[in-house]
Design a protein around this ligand. Structure first.
Ligand code: GLN
Length: 204
């Protein structure tokens, strides 16, 4: 069994669990430090990053998550999950976060909930190793109060952009999207996480 921990404090975790089942993984809902044993991958869903950050601190989960990620456990994060991973949240410097991904983000860069939209985006597919040749595809990107990535460090690969705004990135075994693949039928990102988690499990 390839066990993928899905942060389940708040937000769209059920949809990620369903997508992970669909690709053959075993999703494990994480609500406290005790749920973080024996995992091979992590999924950080969308929702409200300010609430998730508070709960991560209250439940003393931040350090444990950071350790797992620094130990190269593969991670797929969407929207609020991307914000949680970032080094810098512009204008919300006090907000607790994991600081595992070398990006600076702007929250709510596309307006309010009612301004949500879906758009077919040409994206670079997440890659499995540095040597992979770059593949592109068209992806149905769902935006719900989505952040944008204002800056990305030199080791961060840009996977998606729209009108000059960076919307998806990869840094080694971390992939993060401002949009919501779990709300579509397209399992590209969940398949990537499953494959990387399999590799991680084999390396243990
Ligand atoms: N705007 C939200 C935040 O800042 C993220 C929205 C989402 O995850 N759909 O946390």
């Amino acid at each position: 069994q390839v066990r993928i921990g899905v942060l389940a404090l708040q937000g769209a975790f059920r949809e990620h669990c369903l997508a992970l089942y669909a690709v053959g993984a075993k999703p494990v809902e994480i609500r406290g430090s005790d749920d973080m044993e024996n995992l091979h991958g992590l999924c950080l869903p969308g929702g409200e990053s300010t609430v998730m950050a508070k709960l991560l601190v209250q439940n003393a989960m931040l350090d444990r998550l950071v350790k797992l990620i620094q130990g190269n456990m593969p991670v797929f994060a969407t929207c609020a999950g991307l914000i949680l991973l970032s080094n810098e949240i512009i204008g919300f410097e006090e907000q607790a976060r994991l600081r595992c991904l070398d990006i600076a983000v702007n929250r709510n860069a596309f307006g309010r909930q009612k301004e949500s939209f879906t758009e077919e985006l040409d994206i670079v597919c997440p890659c499995f190793s540095e040597k992979d040749t770059e593949k592109h595809c068209v992806f149905p990107a769902v935006f719900i109060r989505a952040p944008q990535i204002a800056q990305a460090g030199g080791n961060v690969k840009i996977l998606a952009q729209r009108k000059g705004r960076i919307l998806a990135v990869q840094e080694k075994s971390i992939v993060a999207t401002a949009f919501h693949p779990e709300l579509t039928e397209n399992l590209l990102f969940h398949t990537w996480l499953f494959e990387k988690a399999k590799e991680y499990k084999a390396s243990l």
